[in-house]
Design a protein around this ligand. Structure first.
Ligand SMILES: [Zn+2]
Length: 330
């Protein structure tokens, strides 16, 4: 009996030691990290977990092309060990702040950097690199691995933790990519009809990854306003190719999309809005479906399929997502 109890108590001590990290990391041991966009913040959560004290600057629905850092954003960045941003001039109003941070020895890291190194960035017509690289989940895997390496460097004793998180998350991204690719290239969708028209040119990587042609009313930034000729050109495309659906983006005002619908109608073509707005440069709020990267891609793919009346295949179990009722496979 005595021996048995001693065995049991030793067993309890051992499991208590194993459980200790799960009881929470003390605040002063956490890495202080700031993330600019909603996507960047989500990736920091996925890879850094409870070992990171995260300050997320932009909330759901905020346009990062236009967002200007506030005084409290700048204070948070100055106090951080690392600032994680998307890059390629997506956060166009942050340039001066990033320069100043460099002089203060705050580490800044662009999630686009490993994608650039791998040579997977798309060039825009004028030689400018398209910043919306996250819309190909295979690019997001590179970003996840790059972020894990950065956190491993800043917090070497926990390097294995960050790398294990990146490996698990990459496996989910792989499953996401496979599901989205087979959903959007299903033989029921005629190739000529695989055309995605949205407010601005945020979906070129998405189209590249999943075999759809894309066209934005505005270019790759929302800073320059759409001109009358942009609106007419898209209306002409809709009419010429018989495309029946156009999508609003959650972070871009809907006025230009409505102008295109009116211009198409003037040509005798009825175009309808997608059943929901797509998430493009900002994800949804955390309490909505679309508040994480995985949910955002699933949200967009299902919204596209439902808007055209195509079948929604069941989600891979590995994604561990439960769909709201109006998204469910039918
Ligand atoms: Zn954009």
């Amino acid at each position: 009996m005595y021996r048995k109890m001693r065995g049991l108590s030793r067993c309890l001590v051992v499991s208590a030691l194993f459980l200790m990290p799960l009881l929470g990391v003390r605040a002063e041991e956490r890495l202080r990290v700031v993330a600019t966009t909603t996507q960047a913040a989500d990736l920091v959560r996925a890879i850094g977990g409870e070992r990171v004290a995260l300050t997320a600057l932009m909330s759901g629905g905020v346009d990062p092309h236009q967002y200007k850092p506030t005084a409290s954003d700048i204070a948070a960045m100055n106090a951080a060990q690392a600032v994680i941003y998307s890059g390629l001039n997506l956060e166009g109003q942050f340039e001066k702040v990033f320069e100043a941070l460099g002089q203060r020895m705050v580490r800044t890291y662009a999630l686009s950097e490993p994608v650039l190194q791998a040579g997977f960035l798309l060039e825009e017509a004028h030689g400018v690199l398209d910043p919306h690289f996250w819309f190909d989940p295979r690019n997001w895997m590179l970003a996840a691995e790059g972020l894990a390496e950065l956190l491993a460097e800043l917090d070497a004793p926990n390097a294995a933790f960050y790398r294990a998180n990146a490996a698990a998350y990459s496996a989910q991204l792989e499953a996401l990519y496979g599901w989205a690719h087979s959903a959007l290239t299903d033989s029921a969708i005629p190739e000529a009809k695989r055309v995605l028209i949205t407010s601005h040119d945020a979906f070129r990587y998405f189209g590249d990854a999943f075999g759809w042609r894309v066209r934005g009313i505005q270019g790759i930034s929302t800073v320059a306003e759409a001109s009358v000729s942009d609106i007419q050109a898209v209306a002409e495309l809709l009419a010429a190719e018989g495309i029946e659906v156009i999508f609003i983006e959650s972070s871009v005002p809907r006025a230009t999309v409505e102008a295109v619908i009116a211009a198409a109608r003037a040509r005798g073509v009825e175009v309808r809005l997608g059943v929901r707005a797509l998430y493009s440069d900002a994800m949804g709020d955390p309490d909505k479906f679309g508040g994480t990267y995985l949910e955002m891609i699933v949200h967009n793919v299902i919204t596209i399929l439902q808007s055209f009346g195509y079948k929604v295949p069941p989600l891979p179990a590995r994604l561990a997502l439960s769909l709201p009722e109006d998204f469910q496979a039918r």
